[in-house]
Design a protein around this ligand. Structure first.
Ligand SMILES: [Zn+2]
Length: 263
């Protein structure tokens, strides 16, 4: 098509030739962005794919809010992107937020259309403890979603202004009523497309009496042999416990104590 501008091509297995798969085209006064990749829902959930779409639309439109291309596929993609926007309004001024690519190497950001505010969707940090008592490792059964009824070690989100280690100690008290002292840092766990970073410490009990408290249906001691591997709440729970029972007690001795030896 004389009005089309090819942006990328790919090798077609059936046609045995390279063919254009991403392009922009001119329809009257409208410029349209189109592509033939991304037929699966899984693809549509992919951050890199959405970033590609966003860049293509920006290239076609030059101005995101005034985008008026008529191609049905592009309209569907825009609806999809809007569905993914968790937040609609600026927390500072109440103006509408829009998704905008600020830097080519980074994902699109939610930007206020009425003030300079950029809504960075930062990760959340959770602080947890693996507490080993004479009878086994302390696990609690979650009384809340996500992971209702599943097993996990004590832990929860770090408050802004709170240290990660203080949060780990506080959560142990809140959830299983134990006063603990941190011994070592077992690991830091994060996963692609997951907003949570999980910091897990090894801790020892210095007070309190074990019982299910906040957000826990039950609390039990599990030996390495009895850990309910198929009923653990999160990938990080499995990963950290696996590491622990295989003998890894963490590397950093940030608390001035040797890591490792447990009752
Ligand atoms: Zn604003």
């Amino acid at each position: 098509m004389p009005t089309a501008e090819a942006l990328a091509d790919t090798y077609g297995v059936e046609t045995r030739a390279n063919q254009v798969c991403i392009w922009t085209n001119q329809y009257g006064k409208s410029r349209v962005f189109g592509l033939t990749t991304g037929h699966f829902n899984q693809t549509l959930e992919d951050a890199d794919y959405l970033s590609l779409i966003t860049r293509g639309l920006l290239r076609a439109a030059k101005a995101w809010p005034r985008w008026k291309a008529s191609a049905r596929m592009c309209a569907e993609v825009v609806c999809h992107l809007q569905d993914r926007m968790e937040y609609s309004f600026c927390p500072k001024c109440g103006g509408p937020l829009e998704s905008r690519l600020l830097k080519a190497s980074e994902p699109a950001r939610l930007v206020c259309t009425q003030c300079p505010f950029v809504f960075f969707l930062d990760p959340k940090v959770a602080a947890c403890t693996v507490i080993h008592q004479p009878g086994g490792i302390v696990l609690l059964q979650r009384a809340i979603e996500p992971g209702y009824g599943k097993w996990v070690f004590p832990g929860g989100y770090v408050d802004r202004g709170e240290t990660v280690s203080d949060a780990a100690v506080r959560e142990a008290k809140e959830e299983v009523n134990l006063e603990v002292q941190l011994v070592s840092l077992l690991g830091v766990y994060s996963y692609r497309r997951s907003p949570v970073i999980i910091v897990v410490y090894v801790a020892e009990t210095i007070g309190g009496a074990l019982r299910a408290a906040d957000e826990a249906l039950d609390v039990r001691l599990y030996t390495p042999e009895t850990i309910p591997w198929n009923e653990l709440a999160f990938p990080s729970t499995r990963e950290a416990l696996r590491q622990y029972v295989e003998g890894d007690r963490g590397g950093l001795t940030a608390y001035g104590k040797a890591t490792g030896r447990l009752a």
